[in-house]
Ligand binder design. Structure first.
Ligand SMILES: Nc1ncnc2c1ncn2[C@@H]1O[C@H](COP(=O)(O)OP(=O)(O)OP(=O)(O)O)[C@@H](O)[C@H]1O
Ligand SMILES: [Mg+2]
Length: 363
């Protein structure tokens, strides 16, 4: 479980408790979760469009929020439940990571039969909706197709491609993107202001860099470092920022490995790779691990057979590591990948492929 996932679980637990006294100890991403549209930063166009849908007389009853983890999907779901006049008791939040099958959905259908008694509507919010089984999605389809006047369905997911098209087509979809650096700065300064705390310009810059546009990541890291002394805070922020930069560079490196035509433009590709490998903060063994992580991700997402073959081949190049995997070995292996030179000194050039098609993303 990553730090973010652990905090998220805590978030869900805290969400069930109504105690306000604990507020001062709460992690920032819970304490400062936006409660209305005005507090929700960034993604302006999406928010404007969402607001205009909500203002319609025949507003949609089924919503889908997509986007990377920590960009505000659940938060928006809760905000619109409130906008729709839903009482919090009649907001049913389900994390489908735990309740993915048909039984909880039968319960949803049962609950939806009774008119709301506390607020104007009932809202069913499905977090991690891609976890819903096919049967569960099928069962929800009917509710989505003929929604009752007072029933609203909200689906949140980082993986919309895993939802059935029939269900997706019933939803009004809104995609959230990571925040740009300017908006991230506003978010961080707002928390600092409310906490009556300050960061040096260098620390602020490192925090923005490290959080990679993800509000939850920024708030969690800020909470972690805010009470530390100046030196320790700077040390943690710098190392997080370096890690973020390194990750970005490795994603770029993998993109070059897989960019098309796969075997062509080798010299130009090698020049780009040389620049990346000159980065002074790159422990070779960590780079090897990151390349393998990216390639595993690519393997899960690439559909074309020839590209899958290429991904597997690259994984093969980076399969053995350990303490012998030093800078020289890293550079040498990257060189082999680009120029198609096989291991064990065979020096056989792999024939270039001519087939080209749309570019592939590796992350
Ligand atoms: N646009 C935003 N403006 C301000 N804060 C935000 C914004 N988006 C997210 N946050 C902060 O990030 C936290 C996490 O957001 P949220 O739980 O809504 O993300 P999510 O997209 O549902 O993530 P996951 O996919 O992991 O479920 C919120 O509690 C809030 O503090
Ligand atoms: Mg969520």
């Amino acid at each position: 479980m990553t730090d973010q996932e652990r905090e998220k679980t805590m978030d869900e637990k805290n969400n069930n408790s109504t105690s306000v006294s604990k507020e001062s100890n709460q992690p920032f991403h819970i304490k400062y979760r936006p409660k209305n549209f005005d507090e929700f930063l960034g993604n302006e166009e999406t928010i404007e469009s969402l607001k205009s849908f909500l203002a319609r007389e025949n507003r949609p009853h089924t919503y889908l929020f997509t986007g990377p983890s920590g960009t505000g999907k659940t938060t928006l779901g809760r905000i619109i439940a409130k906008e729709l006049g839903c009482h919090h008791i009649e907001l049913y939040e389900m994390n489908t990571a735990d309740t993915r099958g048909i039984d909880p959905i039968r319960q949803v259908i049962e609950f939806s039969r009774y008119v709301p008694t506390m607020g104007k509507c009932k809202v069913f919010l499905f977090d991690e909706a891609h976890g819903l089984t096919s049967d569960a999605q099928e069962a929800l389809l009917k509710l989505a197709e003929e929604p009752l006047r007072y029933v609203y369905l909200i689906f949140c997911t980082t993986k919309p491609e895993e939802l059935r098209d029939t269900l997706k087509n019933r939803c009004q979809t809104f995609s959230l993107n990571p925040l740009d650096e300017k908006t991230m700065k506003v978010l961080i300064l707002r928390v600092l202001d409310q906490e009556k705390a300050e960061l040096s310009p260098g620390d602020l810059e490192s925090l923005i860099k490290s959080s990679d546009g993800i509000p939850r990541a920024a708030q969690m890291l800020l909470h972690k470092i805010i009470t530390l002394d100046k030196g320790e805070r700077e040390r943690i922020l710098l190392s997080e920022a370096k890690r973020a930069t390194l990750k970005e560079r490795i994603i770029e490196l993998c993109r070059i490995f897989l960019s098309e035509p796969v075997r062509a433009e080798q010299n130009a590709k090698w020049e780009e790779i040389q620049e990346i490998l000159k980065d002074p903060y790159s422990p070779p063994e960590i780079i090897r691990g990151l390349i393998r992580e990216n390639m595993a991700e690519a393997l899960l997402n690439v559909t074309r057979e020839d590209l899958r073959g290429r991904v597997n081949e690259i994984i093969g190049y980076f399969s053995s590591g350990g303490k012998d995997f030093d800078k020289l070995r890293l550079v040498e292996v990257c060189h082999r990948v680009i120029f198609g030179i096989r291991e064990k000194g065979k020096q056989s050039q792999v024939k270039g492929r001519t087939k080209t098609s749309a570019s592939t993303t590796t992350t």
